[in-house]
Ligand binder design. Structure first.
Ligand code: GTP
Ligand code: MG
Length: 228
């Protein structure tokens, strides 16, 4: 998620066009305010579910929750990389991970369990799903990505904000966090001989998830059960 902008880039005009998005300031910062509110709404929903699981069920499938708002510098860098039209509207259309929430679950089945419970809430709309758990990326990355549209109630209107929610197990999160470190260490081009090694650690971590899931089913039936 760390993107660099080179202020000495020869493409001064292109840079200036994107930079204006921020220096004009108010419009982008107003939009970012709504994205932060979108994060807050989704985090509140997940926190409510997590408390209910902890209070009323025999186990809590949500291990932890994190959220981040993409910085203006990262938004601009991504807009330039993808040659997005340098307007607030262009950015809103093309960059759907300005608001990001991550849900780390205990077991693999919990990835889908928590997704189902959250996404069935009727004030949310699912815009897009990428299931890299069922179909991992070629490097071995696994996670379930859902882009939700969340209503945010402002003084004079309702803004509909996209929020990218990533659902993954502790094992998937462990792999993704360390792979990310290695990836940036090599400036986004990991040497081939390391790619094989990384992929095999992803397979090992997927096997751990599957073994844990089997144990979990044998011991607890695999479902959080309400406690009286
Ligand atoms: P981005 O431009 O990276 O946002 O990719 P995208 O728009 O094609 O979306 P995708 O759903 O593939 O990835 C979105 C996010 O998932 C990324 O910003 C990362 O947080 C995470 N992600 C995707 N692929 C990988 C990966 O190979 N390794 C790690 N560590 N994270 C990944
Ligand atoms: Mg992203």
């Amino acid at each position: 998620m760390v993107d660099d902008i080179d202020p000495d880039d020869p493409d001064e005009d292109g840079f200036a066009a994107y930079e204006r998005l921020v220096s004009q300031g108010s419009e982008l910062s107003r939009v970012l305010l709504t994205y932060q509110a979108g994060i807050d709404e989704v985090m509140t929903k997940l926190t409510i579910l997590r408390r209910e699981y902890a209070h009323s069920f025999d186990y809590n499938p949500i291990e932890h929750l994190t959220a981040r708002l993409k910085s203006p510098a990262s938004i601009i860098a991504k807009a330039r990389r993808r040659q997005v039209e340098p307007t607030v509207e262009g950015v809103r259309e093309a960059i759907t991970d300005i608001a990001g929430v991550r849900v780390v679950t205990s077991f693999k089945s919990d990835v889908y369990r928590v997704r189902d419970v959250l996404c069935s809430q009727d004030d949310l709309t699912v815009l897009k799903v990428k299931d890299y758990v069922a179909q991992p990326k070629p490097n071995g990355y696994r996670s379930l990505h859902v882009i939700l549209e969340v209503p945010v109630f402002l003084t004079d209107r309702i803004a509909r904000v996209p929020v990218e929610v990533q659902f993954r197990t502790i094992a998937m999160d462990f792999w993704a966090a360390l792979e990310h470190k290695i990836y940036y260490k090599f400036d986004r081009t990991v040497p081939d001989e390391l790619l094989d090694g990384l992929y095999s650690t992803a397979v090992t971590s997927a096997k751990l998830d599957d073994d844990m899931e089997l144990l979990h089913r044998r011991i607890r039936g695999g479902e959080p059960r309400p406690v009286e």
